[in-house]
Structure formats: structure tokens, C-alpha cells
Design a binder for this molecule. Sequence first.
Ligand code: NAP
Length: 265
Amino acid sequence: MLKVLVNGADGRMGSQAVKAVYEDKDLELAGGVSITHIGEDLGEIAGIGTLHMPVRDNLGKTIDDVKPDVVVDFTSPRAIFDNAKTVIEHGVNMVVGTTGLTAEQRDELGKMALAEGTCIFIAPNFGLGAVLMMKISTEVAKYLPDVEIIEMHHNNKLDAPSGTSIMTANMIAAARKEAGIEPAPDKTHESLEGARGTKVDGIPIHSVRLPGYVAHQQVLFGGYGEYLTIRHDSIDRKSFMPGVILAVKKVGSHPGLTFGLENFL
Ligand code: NAP
């Protein structure tokens, strides 16, 4: 049985992770950490009944006390770098769903993990459909190089553009480069700031934040007299949990950093 500690356990994703870990017969829920709801019952918050397991503060001390095999983190872009360093320094494997880490920070964490002999897995998106959306987009980009991304999320999301859209842009740009094809130049000469989105690897990303949305993305490819749109919609946070559980079970056999769920499929 793998012992799993959830950081950000009282959040929207963290409480789903608590429930998913608790319900998996091969995993043992070791506890939950947050910065609010301290002392409240983890099970009550996750909607699975009383577990007599209070939400704890202080990630490092909780790791010392409960000795988990894996820490799952769904906290905040502001906190994730320090959280990850704490977990790695404690010699524990980690699954990161929190977005907002830069490529440089990921590299640093990967090096730290290798030095400490631990494993860290980071995925901007744990949804199977979202991973397929990215994979299919790289195929299409070899034939239709002109592409823009629109990502739509709930209005409580703290970072923009989304980690998924950044990863999609990175993957499309790499596929275009490998295929040796270039997009048409952007001929916009005058625009209000932000009107053409933000550019990641030269690909415009437009971010929408509205109540009612969960996590959605469209990848729009343009051609001559035709266009192709790939769209993915997560309508329930439950959709991310099979990916989280898969990562928890596989992370320990991949030393250093692994980035992206496609590596575990
Ligand atoms: P949320 O509802 O705000 O939950 C985050 C929780 O973490 C909150 O309860 C927050 O407490 C707590 N927290 C903040 N800083 C902390 C710290 N230093 N230590 C411990 N707990 C801390 O957010 P969410 O919607 O669950 O999203 C969490 C992260 O997951 C975001 O980065 C989001 O983009 C990402 N996400 C990833 C995926 C994926 O598939 N990879 C899918 C959805 C979301 P307070 O409420 O007091 O701030």
C-alpha cells in the first residue's frame, strides 16, 4: 500500500484527490495539509464522511509525522515551488498538479530530485482527453502550421495562460520545427494591447476567465478555405482523478523529473 499525503487538501482539486486516494484499494490516505480549515475533518471536507483525520498545517512537519510515500500537491502557483523543494528535501516522491511552475523551476526541481534520489511528476493536465488533445494537435500542426489557442477557465483560476495551453503551444512548436514548416507571418500592424493574445513559442494564446467554466481549450488550425478546431472540455474535476491516481502509482519508478501524463500512458 502506498501512503499518500495531499497538500491543498481542502481545495477544489485537493478534496477530489483526497476522495480518489481514499477510494482506491491500493492506496492509503496518510493525511491532508492546507493553510486554512486546519483541524477540520478531511473526510467531511471531501464529502466522504468523518475520517477522524484533521487537516494539518506545515507540510514539512506533517511529512515527518506521517511518513508518506507520495505527496500530491494541488495548491497555488505562488506556493508550489517551495512546496516541491520541501517534499524533495524530505526524500519523498511527489505528484504535482498545481500549475504555474516555469520551465527553469521544473528543471531545478528535476535536478534536486535526482540529487536526493527522489521522483517528481508534474502534469499541467491530468485529463486523458486533454492529453489526447495535445497529442492530436502535434499531428495536425505538421500539415496546418497556422494555429491559435483559446483556453477558458473558471474565474477563480490564479494563473494565465493555463499550463495546458502553454504545454500545447510548446508541443505544437516542436512538431512544426521537426517537420520543417513555418506558420504564415502575423500581418497585424495595429492592435490594442492584448488583442492578439500572449505568444508562447510564437503561438497566440487567448485566456478567458468566467464563472461557470471548469477547464476548456480550443486549438484552432487554419488552412486554405478550411479550418480545423480541436476542442476539449473538462466539465467535472472528477475527470482529472484517474490521471492523478495513475501518476501516484507510477511516479516512484521514474527518478528525477517527469513532465506530462503522456509519459505514463
Ligand atoms: P483551490 O480550490 O484554490 O485549492 C487550493 C488549496 O490549496 C486551497 O485550499 C488553498 O488554501 C490551499 N493552499 C494555498 N497555498 C497553500 C500552501 N502553501 N500550502 C498548503 N495549501 C495551500 O484551487 P484548485 O482549483 O484546487 O487548483 C489548485 C491548482 O491545481 C491550481 O494551480 C490549478 O491551476 C491546478 N489544476 C491543475 C489541474 C491538472 O490537471 N493538473 C486541474 C485543475 C486545476 P486557501 O483557500 O486558503 O488559499
